[in-house]
Design a protein around this ligand. Structure first.
Ligand code: NAD
Ligand code: DAU
Length: 382
């Protein structure tokens, strides 16, 4: 495997949008460690999903400059590109949760489409003079496999040539953003790359998404909500592997090219639920202190966490299966995931057990209010 961090690179000045979110925050940590001579500027609106705590140590030691602001603010974005001499934009900022997109699609169109448009317009104004682009600039757009729709059980995995067929408002808004980036490449010659990645998991993941929700709920003895029959399939990638993939694309990815990124790890949701439960059961068996910390967890009284599984009403329009064919990024850039699902999930459970100070505050307040406003108590179907 070739790792871009091994080769000497020119110093870059990166604008990371959404750098206080799950993947963006992990990416900022990755980049600061691997490329200490580069300049990192994070632009993040700190929505409910943003948590400055993820990157605060880097901000405190001056490794990252944090700008609190919205990617749809054209004046702010233009000023940042000029004043900070940005040569690389890594665009993570988005509304990212499918369930929220079903409840409030407008916010997704605004941030994911209008926000991406704002960045593209500003990048062209800053980097292109009389049709000639400044040498060495790059716009990398972080997208999702959800733009390709849903696969039948025996259908070939998504690849770069798969036609777009977004099904949720979230997926449609990401598809719209992808098309805008593609149009800027085709029409104006923007030096851009796009990655369409599968489901990420790992540290700093907001506990409304499946895996961190399972961990936090199990520790508190709360139901583990499984939508429908739980046989929906996702292709799971440990978040730091995604960060390495983006690093490789920035280093050696071909301008104008798209890369599908995945973990070669297709699993049904119910299998993920059972794996997480088994890991938590095992941690409690090994460490009696956990019983004191989380007395409501079934494992604290020797019962299996999977007893908390509760099948609930399915997500509207729920995509049945996602899977990625990562042949291009493997062949052209040497990318392979370093974590398997077993090692990645184990690390993730350990991270949540060791970092309650990160997740406890985001579980309080607005998150809970929002959930109860939108859904009340989901109807139990079994
Ligand atoms: P996230 O929801 O955890 O983080 C999004 C971040 O963007 C937050 O910090 C939020 O404050 C910020 N943000 C939201 N709206 C903003 C705005 N208008 N202006 C500035 N900042 C704003 O998301 P994530 O899971 O880290 O996903 C990051 C990117 O990766 C998204 O573009 C998503 O579509 C894509 N993606 C995610 C996954 C996944 O499994 N999580 C997989 C593939 C692709
Ligand atoms: O595929 C990439 C996408 O993965 C990203 O683009 C999205 O930003 C990211 O949120 C994720 O989307 P999913 O909808 O696949 O992730 P989520 O964690 O919400 O759900 C994973 C699966 O688990 C999905 O089939 C729905 C199901 N689920 C989810 C939750 C939150 C449940 O069964 N119960 C739950 O409580």
């Amino acid at each position: 495997m070739v790792d871009s961090a091994m080769a000497p690179q020119r110093a870059r000045c990166l604008l990371v949008t959404g750098g206080a979110g799950f993947i963006g925050g992990n990416f900022v940590q990755h980049w600061a460690e691997r490329h200490p001579h580069d300049t990192l500027v994070v632009l993040d609106a700190l929505t409910y999903a943003g948590n400055l705590a993820t990157i605060q140590p880097l901000v405190d030691r001056g490794a990252v400059a944090f700008v609190h602001g919205d990617i749809t603010d054209a004046a702010l974005v233009s000023a940042l590109l000029a004043d900070r001499a940005i040569d690389t934009i890594v665009h993570f900022a988005a509304e990212s949760h499918v369930d929220r997109s079903i409840a409030d699609p407008g916010a997704f169109v605004h941030t994911n489409i209008v926000g991406t448009l704002t960045l593209l317009v500003a990048a062209r104004a800053a980097w292109c003079r009389d049709g000639a682009w400044t040498s060495g600039v790059r716009f990398h757009h972080v997208s999702t496999d959800e733009v390709f729709g849903s696969l039948a059980p025996n259908e070939a995995p998504f690849r770069e040539t798969t036609p777009y067929a977004p099904n949720s408002p979230y997926a449609a808004s990401k598809a719209g953003a992808d098309h805008l980036v593609r149009a800027w490449v085709h029409t104006y010659g923007l030096p851009a790359t796009i990655s369409n990645c599968s489901n990420n998991y790992g540290p700093y993941h907001f506990p409304e998404k499946l895996i961190p929700l399972l961990i936090v709920n199990a520790l508190h003895g709360k139901p583990l909500p499984v939508y429908g029959d739980g046989q929906q399939v996702r292709d799971w990638l440990y978040v730091t592997d995604h960060c390495r993939a983006i690093d490789l694309i920035l280093d050696r990815g071909e301008e104008g090219r798209t890369y599908t990124v995945g973990g070669r790890a297709e699993h049904a949701n119910l299998d993920i639920v059972h794996l997480v439960c088994s890991l938590i059961d095992a941690r409690f068996a090994d460490d009696p202190a956990l019983t004191q910390r989380y007395p409501d967890c079934p494992a604290a009284r020797g019962a299996p966490c999977r007893s908390l599984v509760s099948h609930v009403t399915d997500r509207a329009g729920h995509d049945r299966r996602y899977a990625i064919d990562p042949t291009r990024i493997a062949a052209e850039l040497g990318f392979e995931p370093t974590e398997t699902l077993a090692t990645g999930l184990s690390r993730t459970v350990d991270w949540y057990l060791a970092n309650e100070a990160w997740w406890r505050p985001v579980m309080d307040g607005s998150y809970r209010d929002w959930i109860s406003q939108q859904y009340g108590d989901r109807e139990s179907v079994s």
